[in-house]
Design a protein around this ligand. Sequence first.
Ligand code: DQA
Length: 151
Amino acid sequence: MWGKMPSILILNGPNLNLLGTRQPDVYGAVTLVDIEKMCRSHAKALGLGVDFEQTNSEGSLVDLIHQAKGKHAGIALNAGAYTHTSVALMDAISSVEIPTVEVHLSNIHAREAFRKTSYISAVAIGQICGFGAQSYTLAIDALARHTGAQG
Ligand code: DQA
């Protein structure tokens, strides 16, 4: 189904395009371009291809999840604030049945109470949060194991 090299979708939601300048005390100085580069080299070493996307629109995130069906073996999703609000994203993940790892740079459990609620967690294989940019590479490791790309 996946051709020669399985691939994963790394999907980023609202405001993550501003990483580097956005609340650096919370999210660090790393930019989304830096994270993309880290993810590409990390995934390549594990034998995984990567599509890396960011959009500020909830509907576009839903569309990108739909389009991953039959194309990607797994999804690493940082849904940003939609994590805490979006039944539509939760339903999209359930609908495509693609193993999804929930990712956050910050430890959402150590912040405001509303960030402890995640609609993504209910349908994700797991959640990785609190490790800054490294949350993404940890998610790739988890997906590599889960998809069998790495034993
Ligand atoms: C975030 C955490 C969310 O609560 C927040 O709305 C974000 C970023 C993170 O990566 O830590 O936009 O998903």
